[in-house]
Design a protein around this ligand. Structure first.
Ligand code: SF4
Length: 190
């Protein structure tokens, strides 16, 4: 009887040890994964163009009350007296689109109007290619405040029906457009 109790106690201890070991392995795996993920975030990534600049904003939302613009910025670096914005994109190709410029330009209006700080005309788009995880930093020039507000007004006019949409300037744009079946595409309508 005494031996059975001892045997059962040993089994219980072994199970407990196995459980602790399994838990330790899981915790170690989580720690490794966290370290790997942190290394992939742009905050820990550097580039000569950003050297000497201080990261002052990270994934922060700003509002321009007077223009009704709310924008979340990925990164904001202090360079001298001005803020330089960086937008992070994961893509199939290392490419910058006009929509990136519009997005960054709206961010500039929101940051300037909320903080009173000056945001530089030059900004960055950091692309990361899905296939191999490589990164490229692209320097872009933001749209002026007037141009950005003009785009915003046109967008609002289209949504309200006060203005009609124009066909894409280049039929090639239609090839990847989600509305091609509804619209017919620029090449078929001119
Ligand atoms: S398919 Fe129509 S909506 Fe899409 S880009 Fe071409 S013209 Fe514009």
């Amino acid at each position: 009887m005494g031996e059975e109790v001892n045997e059962s106690t040993r089994d219980g201890s072994r199970q407990l040890m196995d459980l602790i070991l399994a838990l330790a392995i899981v915790l170690l795996a989580v720690a490794i994964l966290r370290k790997w993920a942190a290394g992939r975030r742009p905050a820990t990534w550097s580039h000569p163009a950003l050297h000497g600049k201080q990261l002052v904003y990270s994934e922060k939302t700003f509002r321009s009350k007077r223009h009704g613009i709310i924008a979340k910025i990925d990164r904001g670096y202090l360079a001298g007296d001005t803020i330089e914005l960086l937008e992070y994109k994961t893509r199939d190709r290392h490419r910058v689109y006009r929509s990136d410029l519009i997005e960054l330009s709206a961010q500039r209006v929101a940051v300037e109007d909320e903080t009173g700080r000056c945001v530089d005309d030059a900004a960055y788009v950091l692309t990361e290619r899905n296939r191999d995880g490589t990164r490229q930093l692209h320097t872009v020039t933001l749209l002026s405040r007037e141009a950005l507000l003009g785009i915003k007004q046109r967008h609002e006019a289209l949504l309200s029906g006060r203005e009609s949409p124009r066909l894409a300037a280049s039929p090639a744009l239609c090839l990847s457009c989600a509305y091609l079946s509804e619209c017919g595409g620029a090449s078929e309508r001119v």
